[in-house]
Write a protein that binds this ligand. Sequence first.
Ligand code: GLA
Length: 409
Amino acid sequence: MAGDAPSSLPVQLVEQPRLLKLKESFIAKFGSAPKFYVRAPGRVNLIGEHIDYCGYAVLPMAIEQDILIAVEPVNNDVVQLANTNSLYLDFSTSVNDIQINKTKPQWHNYFLCGLKGIQVELAEICTKSERYIGTEGGGMDQSISFLAEEGTAKLIEFSPLRATDVRLPSGAAFVIANSCVEMNKAATSHYNIRVMECRLATKLLSKSKGLDWKKMLRLQDVQAKLGVSLEEMLTIVEEVLHPEPYSTEEICKCLGISLEDLRSQILSQNTQDVSTFKLHQRAKHVYSEAARVLEFKKICNEAPANAIQLLGELMNQSYISCREMYECSCPELDRLVDICLQFGAVGSRLTGAGWGGCTVSMVPTDKLNTFLKNVKKAYYQNDVQRLALENNSLFATKPGRGALVFVEA
Ligand code: GLA
């Protein structure tokens, strides 16, 4: 059973000499009084050493001795840290630029780790939370929402969750255009069917390579276990999976399980009655798209003279793969992508789950105004419903900052 959340305790500072002293040091350093104090106890392990990270139980207790921290929330991004022990120097940084130097650990790094940990943890809690609605989401939305920083896109890697800056080239704008078609991911099974197709492809690929297929859930697990490149995974997909849809009977036969096992152990609730799955096409999309992500990052880092062209080409390939291999587009998205390319986008693609929603297009800055005017005319102007939504449906945007709490000043 989980323990209680850290509690709060009203105290009379005059009766707490250590807190009183801490308050005085705080005022001397920052010129204002702390708003609250935090206590973290020391601990002693009674028995069970070096076995927790192997998954075994240990037997510690918290002790009476502790560390005290005085805190004052501020209305800006700056974290200022000071230690009552003058051996440990003052430190300050922006919460949006937390750098933890692992080769030279310093006292303040422990605070920065806490901040970073909370951001990652919140992202993972929100990813798990979304699954209660019934969709088997991957965590992209929640991760970028918490880990975003102004002025940069991020490469988000999973297990463990990590975010790396990807600086987009200057000279191009990213334009979002809403197809005005709505697809409710939770109310339909489109999304989960794709997740299940990838899961089944994982199982079949693993089985064919002699891996412990029961434990494998994600296509990336297969690549990691085999220790091969994404290109090699594409070859393996060609060798192992056939393009014709797989019936549930065939899948059960390949895996040596019953239909009941397939339903109860592998499929989600809203895909129980699906009778055929496309595995070859879905796996092909996933491995090729994963390679495109890495290529996109590489081009952004290296910033060659034709970066915009190259990135646009990758976006176009991604869209074609989504449409042909993953089949997550729809006629309106197809039309919108065509229009965007026709009016000057160097790359245009559906973004997010698909089957509706938005496109994202990369447009050279000098063409932006005419692009917006022409797309408006071609996609929104002649449709009353679309036109009503147009103000919020077609706009250029920039990498913004992540989720935050506003407090009244
Ligand atoms: C939705 C999900 C994400 C991701 C995208 C598709 O937005 O919430 O986790 O799977 O679809 O890339």
